[in-house]
Every structure is written in C-alpha cells, then in structure tokens.
Design a protein around this ligand. Structure first.
Ligand SMILES: [Mg+2]
Length: 399
C-alpha cells in the first residue's frame, strides 16, 4: 500500500461560503449576523453561528435565536462565479485538484517542493490568492491523509491554516470529539456517547472487533482505521477536463478598455500556462462577459488548429473583446472570463504551428513557465502589464 511520508494533502474549504459572498458584496452586512435563505437556512455568517444558528435549520427557529439577524435571499449565480474564481486558484496551485463541492477541495502538492516551496508555504499562498482574487476567506488543513487534512481545516476555521506534521498526528487527533471522525453522524455519536466514548483517543483504544460489535461491521472497521489515521485514499483528479478557463471580477467601478485588456492578458497567461502544464492544447477560445445589469454574453472563436501559445490565444481573446466593446461601453462590465475548449492532448512531435505562430513564440512561453514555476507568477510580467506604451505588439489574427 502506498503510504505518504510527508504532509502534502491540502483540504481547502471556504468559510460560511454563501454568507461570505454576501458580506463581500454588501459592506453593510460585514461584521453582522447574516442568514442566507428565508425558509431554510442555506448559510449563516460566523456572527450568526455565534447565536447557535446552523445550516439547514428552519428560518423561524433561526430568527428566534437571533432576532437581529439580517436575512438575504440566495444569489446562486454570484456563488457559482465565486466558486469558479476559487477553483481557478486551486488549479493554478497544482494540477491535482479533487473538488468535493462548490466550496471545498482536496489538493495534492507532493512533488512541488522544489518549484513552489513547502506545503505550508503553498497553503499560505493559496489563502492569500483566494483572498485577493475572490475576496473570500478560506481555511486550509494540511496533513498526510485526506481524512486528517479535512479534520485539520475543520479545527482551524474560520480563516485559518493548520498543518499537522506526521510526528504529531495522533497527539492532534486523539483529544478531539468523536464527531470529528468522518462518518460519525448523530446516530453513531449517540451510540458511542451512550457508552461513555467521547474522544477519538477513546475510540482508538478499542479493538476492531469491539467497535464492530457497537456500530456494525463496515462502520466499525472504518472508525478503527480513522482513529489510527489510516486513510489510503489518494486525491482523485477525475476525468480529463473538457475546458480550461479563468475569470476575474472587475467590481462595479467603470474600467477603461485598456484596464480590461490588462486583466485579459493576466487571465490568458494563467490559462495557457495551465494548459501547457497539463500538456493540453485547444482550438476554441471563449470569452465570457457579465455586465452591470447582471446580463451575460459569451463570444467564441475556433482556430484552424489547436494551440497552447499565449500570444495566439491572447490575440483571439482580444478580437472577441473588441467585437463586444460597444455593449461593454453601454452597459459596463463587472466580470470577464476566458476559456479554451475543444481540448486534446499535446503530441509534441506532431503539434502544428498555426501559420502566424513562430516556433520561438512557443519557446518563450516554455521559458517563462519555468521561471514563474520557480519564482512565482509575479516574477515575470508581460510588457503590457507593466506599461502599455511599451507593451508587446500582438499580431492580430489574419482574416
Ligand atoms: Mg465550506
């Protein structure tokens, strides 16, 4: 069996996700008890949780616990946008991401120490990037197993980081309440507590046959393994992606086309770097827009051949952006996203250059990727981000 020696699994989980998005978008809600959803509580801010309000609680009960709570209706598209922005950060962190839900994922960062630093440094950077790019607090647990990484993030919430070093695993785990064990719901919890078993350490002192006699065979063996931190599950990245994309919220302040262009350059840079890291190339470039009145638009263009070259994809994205400028000017832009779809695996030997691509362009991309991998994405910034006057000239697509 594969046993990991280093703590390289991250469990990243947004804090009070829907409520945090509401507090991010409406300053009047910050620092206040906020409940999302009127009938049933879909999410509660930490200020509301302090009154005992919990997700899935009835609205009437929640209002009795905290009459001053501000109740807001859910905005699912805002949460979906925020989730995409956060998963962008995950995908930029490591190719090995296993999404668990709209707001949490496991990430495997083994093998990244030389290029990206220790797992703790990677986790700190991830938290900072989520704060900067999505405007949201996220908690990260780091451990040698998935189970323990999830327990660690649960303990570190909100807005925290907790690394469990391999030598301290059982010392960390055993004092915790049995309910921290994955799979212990109200029924199992009641059975164990009825026998005076309150901590994970007490579970660990029971033999497997005794646990099986208390909670049944499957659950008993499962709890026995977890209480000793035995969890061989790997981070499963799942199927090959059908598209690679990124997006950036722009806020409601009016931006000049040049400002938006600089955002576009950053997005294309990240997305194409991710494509090259995964040895993927794509033919279709999609640009997504969300306007100030919450309407959306999508524009796409399919290239004659697949590519992962930054400048080619940037030129295509720019063309689509310029074609949409009249609408952007009229309505105001609050979010821009790009995606490359129609993906296939890169086959180095046969990858065709598009007629206007030069081999040197691909070589520049590869060289920049190596530098950014080692020194971080800020190490090299394309000319356009530093000063547009001296920016690279980007060839427009031929007719
Ligand atoms: Mg969460």
């Amino acid at each position: 069996m594969f046993v990991r020696r280093e703590a390289t699994i991250l469990h990243a989980d947004l804090d009070a996700f829907y409520a945090s998005v509401e507090q991010r978008d409406d300053p009047r809600l910050r620092g206040k008890p906020v409940i999302v959803g009127a009938g049933v509580v879909l999410a509660a801010s930490y200020e509301a949780k302090a009154y005992g309000i919990r997700t899935a609680m009835g609205g009437a009960q929640a209002r009795r616990l905290c009459p001053n709570a501000i109740v807001v209706p859910p905005r699912m598209s805002a949460y979906s946008d925020a989730s995409k922005a956060v998963f962008d950060v995950f995908e930029d962190t490591t190719p090995s991401v296993e999404g668990l839900s709209i707001d949490e994922a496991f990430l495997d960062v083994s093998g990244l120490r030389r290029v990206a630093g220790s797992p703790e440094a990677i986790a700190e950077r991830l938290r900072r990037d989520v704060r900067e790019r999505a405007g949201l607090p996220i908690t990260v647990g780091v451990a040698r197993t998935k189970f323990l990484a999830k327990v660690a993030s649960g303990v570190a919430k909100p807005d925290g980081l907790l690394v469990v070093p391999p030598d301290d695993e059982l010392a960390f785990l055993h004092p915790l309440a049995v309910e921290r064990l994955w799979g212990v719901g109200p029924i199992t919890s009641a059975k164990l507590r009825g026998l005076g078993i309150r901590t994970v350490g007490q579970v660990a002192r029971l033999s497997a046959p005794i646990l099986v006699s208390i909670v049944g065979r499957a659950a008993g063996l499962h709890l026995h393994a977890l209480a000793h931190n035995r969890d061989p599950r790997r981070v499963e990245t799942g199927k090959r992606r059908r598209s690679v994309g990124g997006q950036s919220a722009l806020g409601r302040r009016r931006r000049s086309p040049e400002d938006v262009d600089a955002v576009l350059v950053g997005l294309v840079d990240r997305v194409t770097r991710r494509l090259r890291k995964g040895k993927r190339i794509g033919r279709t470039v999609v640009v997504r827009f969300r306007f100030d009145d919450f309407t959306r638009a999508t524009r796409s263009h399919t290239l004659p051949d697949p590519t992962a070259a930054t400048l080619t994809i940037l030129a295509t994205a720019r063309m689509l952006f310029h074609a949409t400028l009249p609408v952007v000017r009229e309505k105001g832009l609050t979010l821009i996203g790009i995606a490359v779809t129609n993906l296939q695996d890169e086959d180095g030997a046969t990858q065709l250059l598009l007629p206007f691509e030069r081999r040197s362009e691909i070589d520049v991309d590869v060289a920049l990727d190596a530098i950014k991998g080692r020194f971080g994405s800020d190490a090299v910034t394309r000319g356009v981000l530093l000063g547009r006057k001296t920016g690279w000239t980007v060839p427009l697509l031929p007719e």
